[in-house]
Structure formats: C-alpha cells, structure tokens
Design a protein around this ligand. Structure first.
Ligand SMILES: CC(C)(COP(=O)(O)OP(=O)(O)OC[C@H]1O[C@@H](n2cnc3c(N)ncnc32)[C@H](O)[C@@H]1OP(=O)(O)O)[C@@H](O)C(=O)NCCC(=O)NCCS
Length: 185
C-alpha cells in the first residue's frame, strides 16, 4: 500500500459544508460525556455557523485532506472581547477515523504558526468541560484552563489560554500575559 498523502490548503466560506460535516462527526463523539438530552448542532445550522466564522475579516482556516478526502481543519479569528491581540482557536476537529494519527497535532502546529505570523501574543479556545480527550490534547500543548465555565445548550464549556510567544520571550518580556491565565473576566 502506498503511504497516505496528507495535504493542507486554506479554507474559504465555500468550504462551510465540509467543515460542518467534520464538526458534526466530531460532535457525535461528545455523546460519551454530554449531559442527558444534549444533541449535536443540526448540520444546516453548522453550515451557517461555519460560513459566518470563515467570512470574518480576521478569519484564517486550514483544511487537511488524506488522499484527497477531507480529514480535519482548524479555524481561527481575532478574539472579539477585551483583548484585540488574542487569537481565538474557534475550531480544531479531525474526523474520528484520524483521531490519534498525529493529524490534529499538525493542524494545531499550523494554527500556532499562523497566529504567530499575525502577531498574536495570546490565544483562547473553548471546549466542553467533559471533553477529556481534547483537554488532554491541549494541556500537552501548553494550554491552561481558565476558571470560567459557561453552559451552552446544557453543556458546560471551559476556556483555555496559552501564550504564543516563544518560551524565553514569554517569561522574559511579557510576564503579565502568562499571569492572565485563570483571571479572564
Ligand atoms: C480533540 C482532537 C482534535 C484531538 O486529536 P486526537 O488525534 O484525538 O488527539 P491525540 O490522540 O493526539 O491526543 C489525545 C490525548 O488524549 C488521550 N485520551 C484519549 N481518550 C481519552 C479520554 N477518554 N480521557 C482522557 N484522555 C484521553 C490520548 O491518550 C492522548 O494523550 P497522550 O498524547 O498523552 O497519549 C480530536 O480528538 C477531535 O477532533 N475531537 C472531536 C472534536 C473536538 O472535541 N474538538 C475539540 C475542540 S472543541
């Protein structure tokens, strides 16, 4: 068997359908920890949500394909709260078939690189509080949980933040950025 060929390209609003399909497949796995009665977002709603996110001026998203088949993506925008210099990792999903293959790590690395290139010193993301797999994945990659827990449609969500500065610069030049973890209003 020839090795699988992994390719990446920028995602556009026209890719909303593919992204919503990947998100839908990922959300199906959340039944393992979701509160009783929780259901994944409807596909049509997911397409609208993805199209809107990808249309933001600050949006940057990348699709991954394995042998030409959509396999995952990340999507980021500028954070829209009180920290204009924070990137928000809005979505990092790989299709369940590619869990544990290292594809998510490559997408995560691509996110960090893209956010650094755009000059963001800090990043935020949210994930369901019960999403132990994702939380482990992020915590292994320098993300630290905030104290804030918010409930959406019955699901508790936790926020994570991390510095995007190189480690030496983060401790030498900008200790206040690191100190923000745990203090997001
Ligand atoms: C979150 C996601 C991107 C991570 O990618 P992945 O390929 O599954 O991640 P990896 O397998 O490399 O890493 C997962 C880690 O969690 C561990 N893990 C797996 N299942 C676990 C569980 N039930 N509880 C705790 N840890 C678990 C793995 O052992 C691994 O840890 P390790 O690196 O120390 O061995 C992927 O699972 C995904 O797309 N999930 C659905 C969408 C999602 O939840 N996205 C999160 C943003 S909301």
């Amino acid at each position: 068997m020839p090795p699988e060929r992994v390719t990446f390209r920028r995602a556009w609003p026209a890719d909303a359908e593919t992204i919503a399909r990947t998100v839908g497949l990922g959300m199906e796995t959340w039944h393992a920890f979701a509160p009783a009665g929780w259901t994944p977002r409807a596909h049509r709603q997911g397409v609208g949500f993805a199209r809107e996110a990808l249309s933001a001026t600050s949006a940057w998203a990348v699709l991954a394909f394995v042998d030409g088949e959509p396999a995952g993506h990340f999507a980021m925008t500028a954070g829209d709260w009180d920290e204009p210099l924070a990137a928000e990792l809005k979505s990092l999903f790989v299709r369940p078939r590619w869990f544990g293959t290292g594809l998510a790590d490559r997408l995560h690395e691509a996110f960090v690189e893209a956010a650094r290139e755009r000059g963001y010193p800090w990043a935020w993301l949210s994930t369901p509080a019960g999403n132990a797999r994702a939380r482990r994945f992020y915590e292994r990659r320098e993300w630290r949980a905030d104290t804030l827990v918010e409930t959406h449609r019955g699901m508790p969500w936790v926020s994570y933040g991390r510095s995007l500065l190189p480690p030496a610069a983060a401790s030498r030049q900008n200790p206040a950025v690191d100190a923000r973890v745990g203090s997001r209003p």
